[in-house]
Design a protein around this ligand. Structure first.
Ligand code: TXE
Length: 490
């Protein structure tokens, strides 16, 4: 086992308010546990309304000046922050792996790389952001203003801590809003390190305020505060419902990126070896703690046995180990509670009639990770589509396999879900792929690929998977208010 760097041993994470790092007013902190060891390694502020009121005061004081800052200057400051992320990539990746439990190679190649890319993308996109005019010949001219909303709230989850945090705050800041952001209390570290980079980059005080703490206390306070005009949230569908209800009477603008239970449709004419590898990756990347993971795998009957055997072999190559080791493919789950939730679903799947094809157990490592939260990647067959295992989001290393006879049955199985986030289709028949992609109930469809991302595209889902879209122009339009002005002449 690697002698892991003692990253921030018992470090007190601080809030970032009015351009300064400061403890919560209450002086209360939450224990922050390293998933790979099960040990408390740092302390997260347990912020409350006193911290929120202070942040709102300073954000409002900074609002006009930030809105009036030239777009190019806002873009330049954001680009400087992105450059600092790149310069600190190794330190941020190590911190992400310690805080979340994901493999260091994944933190570096995906999380931290994408955090810088998110900021750089919106620093450029805002300089290209335009609106429209509509001419009523010889009568009037209409033009649309898209001004920043003002003070907005961004609440992000633990599965991609810095990646999804920057995915929200970048368009919000680029569009000229001031922001109050709350990362997950399970993974606060990289947002804290990010605030140090914001200070270094010269982001004006009060423009971005990062308040750490529990979702049910400070998170709820942010979503319902009347001074905060819009909320961008990523997290569980249940929490999304709570936020919708809590803000209903305020008619607050909401962007909700929620859960998923995504189908993978594998046809007999797929590129077999490539599809086996990619379906295994889409099922178990990030310990399957990705809302886009393909956890319901449907395989055409004629290749079912052959494909399932090959898939089991592929999954069994995944090395479950200390996430700080470069050779590790599969790290720890984010918390003991989440590990127990996953183990509950594995037991439930067997009670529902499922057969474990591979995995199914908690992994007990030696050395520094002996008390870590590790579960084997688990593949289960023999379940119906209607069982809880196939209907509920587990968000952990559990995927199921089922067969289908034809395209119609594949589509019916895929759409038989309360969720509608993503889907992947594996077939060389281009007409079929277009036909199915059109009919599948999802916001994102990949054909012969998975998680291939163009940041300009709309990102989000339907049904219980969310409300609205992030990404590209969608994000900039969410964080601005359209106003049509009609001027009569002649
Ligand atoms: O999410 P929560 P959790 C799913 C996944 C997971 C489940 C619960 O199924 O098992 O959600 O995960 C803050 N008002 N996804 O518990 O609770 C919270 O502090 C305001 C899918 O981590 O939704 C955190 O910052 N904020 C998702 C954030 O919301 C509240 C990724 C997410 O926490 C709040 C993560 C409240 N009442 C989980 N309650 C995806 N789509 O990728 C909590 N929070």
């Amino acid at each position: 086992m690697a002698d892991a760097p003692l990253v921030y041993n018992m470090k007190q994470i601080l809030n970032y308010i009015n351009g300064a790092l400061q403890p919560p007013e209450s002086g209360r902190f939450l224990d922050n546990v390293e998933p790979a060891t099960g040990q408390i390694y740092s302390l997260c502020p347990d912020s409350d309304h006193l911290d929120l009121e202070a942040a709102i005061k300073y954000a409002q004081a900074a609002q006009q000046s930030w809105t009036n800052t030239a777009t190019e200057k806002r873009a330049r400051i954001l680009s400087q922050i992105a450059d600092l992320i790149d310069q600190n990539a190794d330190r941020l990746a190590a911190a992400e792996t310690v805080d979340n439990g994901k493999p260091i190679t994944f933190s570096k190649a995906v999380d931290i790389y994408r955090a810088a890319a998110n900021i750089r993308f919106f620093a450029h996109a805002i300089t290209q952001f335009s609106s429209e005019s509509h001419s009523m010949e010889n009568t009037a001219i209409n033009y649309t203003l898209r001004d920043p909303i003002g003070l907005v709230g961004c609440i992000s989850p633990w599965n991609f801590p810095l990646y999804l945090f920057t995915w929200k705050i970048a368009p919000a800041l680029a569009a000229g809003n001031t922001v109050i952001a709350k990362p997950s209390e399970l993974t606060p570290m990289t947002a804290y390190l990010f605030s140090e980079l914001c200070i270094q980059a010269g982001l004006p005080a009060g423009v971005l305020n990062i308040i750490h703490g529990r979702g049910t206390t400070i998170g709820a306070a942010i979503t319902t505060h009347p001074a905060i005009k819009a909320i961008s949230f990523t997290g569980g569908s249940q929490t999304g419902t709570v936020i919708k209800k809590a803000t209903a009477e305020q008619h607050k603008k909401l962007s909700l990126e929620l859960g998923g239970k995504n189908p993978t449709l594998v046809f007999a004419d797929c590129d077999f070896n490539h599809t086996v590898q990619e379906v295994a990756r889409s099922a178990f990347a990030n310990q399957e703690q990705i809302c886009l993971c393909g956890s319901r795998i449907y395989i055409e009957q004629s290749i079912y046995d052959h494909f399932v055997n090959a898939l089991v072999d592929e999954v069994e190559k995944l090395n479950v180990n200390d996430p700080l080791l470069p050779e590790t493919h599969f790290g720890a789950l984010v918390s003991e509670a989440h590990m127990n939730k996953v183990l509950f679903y594995i037991k439930l799947a067997q009670e529902e009639g499922g057969q474990i094809l591979t995995g199914g157990h908690q992994v007990h490592l030696n050395g520094r990770c002996r008390n870590g939260f590790f579960v084997e990647p688990t593949l289960i067959s023999g379940l119906t589509n209607q069982c809880r295992t196939n209907q509920e989001e587990i968000f952990g290393p559990v995927a199921t396999v089922q067969s289908f006879k034809n395209e119609e049955e594949a589509l019916t199985l895929a759409n038989d879900s309360m969720f509608g986030l993503a889907c992947s289709i594996w077939s060389q028949d281009v007409n079929r792929c277009h036909r199915l992609a059109k009919q599948v109930e999802a916001g994102i469809v990949w054909v012969n690929c998975w998680l291939l991302r163009d940041l300009r595209t709309p990102f989000g889902g339907t049904k219980a998977s969310g409300l609205g879209r992030e990404g590209g122009q969608e994000a900039l339009r969410f964080f601005t208010e359209p106003k049509n002005i009609c001027i009569r002449y002649g």
